[in-house]
Every structure is written in C-alpha cells, then in structure tokens.
Design a protein around this ligand. Structure first.
Ligand SMILES: NC(=O)c1ccc[n+]([C@@H]2O[C@H](COP(=O)([O-])OP(=O)(O)OC[C@H]3O[C@@H](n4cnc5c(N)ncnc54)[C@H](OP(=O)(O)O)[C@@H]3O)[C@@H](O)[C@H]2O)c1
Length: 119
C-alpha cells in the first residue's frame, strides 16, 4: 500500500509484486520457481534500527528464521506467498475503495512509529 514518508519504498514493493508475477508466468515452463514472499511485521535489525514499537498488544510479529523457513517451504507456491499467518490481512488491504484502506493503514502505522516520526 502507499505509505506516507516512505512512498518510494512502498512503490518498490508494488513493482516487486508485478515483476514476480510476470517472471513466474515466463519461467514456469522452464521449471523455475518464482516467488514474491510477503512479510508481515518481522523482528529484524532494520526494524530495530527504525525504532518501531513491535510490542503493541495483539500485533502479529514474526521471527526472521520462521519467515525464511516458510518462504523456502513454499518456493513452489508462487507467484505470491503471504508469510506468518497474514494472508487475510493482506487480502483485506488489497481491496477497494483505496482511500479507506490507505488511510486506515496509515493510522495503524502511526501507532508503531516512534513519537517524533508518527505524523
Ligand atoms: N522486517 C519487516 O517487518 C518487513 C516487513 C515487510 C517487508 N520487509 C522486507 O523484507 C526485506 C528484508 O528486510 P529486513 O527487515 O530483513 O531488513 P534488514 O534487517 O535491513 O536486512 C536487509 C538484508 O539485506 C541485505 N542487503 C542490503 N543491501 C544489500 C545489497 N545491496 N545486496 C545484497 N544484500 C543486501 C543486508 O545485508 P547486510 O546485513 O550484509 O547489510 C541484510 O541482510 C526488505 O525487502 C523489507 O522491505 C520487512
């Protein structure tokens, strides 16, 4: 989804989805697996550096080793695999109308960001 302050980052994720889908179609006849692995919130060094609050009650936070293992187990289930039990959330966020979805996710993201960056 589009996200404030990290618009280019978000747009690269959209590119990755479409690129993976095209490659999956092109390469499957050659026996090559292509998978876009979609993560939920994952406790990685990048997230720690960003100072994200990952201890919000009810938030689904994954361990990087589990996400990597799940991705490898589902290499043949492309073009897209949503890891960490986030399939329904991803499905919901992919719907329409976009204004409601994007603004709702923005509010949720503000709760995770450090106070000075949560505008
Ligand atoms: N963590 C989350 O909650 C989350 C959620 C959704 C999506 N993602 C996506 O998951 C991916 C990994 O994120 P992360 O949280 O694991 O980030 P991270 O902790 O910063 O790890 C990034 C990894 O990429 C490697 N890397 C960076 N630049 C590279 C380059 N030019 N060539 C080869 N390797 C390079 C780094 O290697 P070094 O350690 O050697 O620098 C590091 O192992 C990203 O695409 C991110 O957008 C993460």
């Amino acid at each position: 989804m589009g996200q404030a302050q990290i618009s280019v980052y978000s747009a690269v994720k959209a590119f990755g989805r479409v690129f993976a889908e095209g490659l999956w179609l092109e390469l499957r006849e050659h026996g090559v697996d292509v998978l876009e692995l979609v993560l939920g919130v994952t406790r990685t060094p990048a997230m720690e550096r960003a100072g994200l609050n990952m201890d919000i009650p009810g938030m689904n936070v994954a361990d990087p080793d589990d996400v990597a293992r799940e991705g490898l187990e589902h290499l043949g289930d492309g073009p897209v695999w949503v890891a960490g039990g986030n399939y329904q959330a991803a499905q919901k966020r992919s719907g329409f109308p976009r204004a409601d979805k994007v603004a709702g996710a923005h509010e949720a993201m503000k709760r995770m960001l450090p106070p000075e960056s949560g505008k």
